[in-house]
Design a protein. Sequence first.
Length: 252
Amino acid sequence: MSIFALKMLSNARKKEINSLKQKKYRQRYSQFLVEGEKSVVELCQSDYIIHEILITQTQFDKMGDKLPKSKVLIISDKDSEQLSALETSPGIIAVSNFKESKIDDFAFENKITLMLDSISDPGNLGTIIRIADWYGIETVICSPDCVDLYNSKTIASSMGSFTRVNIIYTELEAILKNKKIPSFACVMNGNAIQTVVKPKEAIIIIGNESNGISSEIEILATQKITIPRIGHAESLNAAIATAIVCHTFIVQ
């Protein structure tokens, strides 16, 4: 049995938490929501600063020993359903502060870095972050118009990997002009990826789901590369393409 009493959230507090489902309020409060047992536990093990963890009694009895008790509030099943951004509430929601990351804090030398140009789908961004984590890629650079990292679907799709990968939003042109690192633009008419000499350090550029890489960015790339098409599909999902390129560059 829990030693914590049920916390009745005020309507004002519920409204504030619910507002974090919208980007403008996430930016106003510099906070975002993380849902699900795995993601919240990984958040607790990261350097993110957690404001509070809202959890149902049933979920607390299941995994409360994995949580920092000073941050825990037991809430009703009804409040959990109302606050969740998911179709079915997992019974645990963390409210976390943003983590600031600056491009100057990270090195590009002797490693693979992902660069995303105008990725618009939150599920794709979250999956790409998860792929980066799988292949040991430390940093993902996003153009300013990429979908928000702290979108609930992005966080959910990353399955906790957002806590281990540095995500930086910045103008891409300046990096490609100033960094003496080979860059590879994933396009439809480049060199077949299996023929490319794989460097020990590189920036891999992935473009928008519908429009690909913008011409301003593509022209700055050292090389254009393509995943050869055998069948008749028009294109690959951005996250799938990222996984294939990362595997080819890092494993094969």
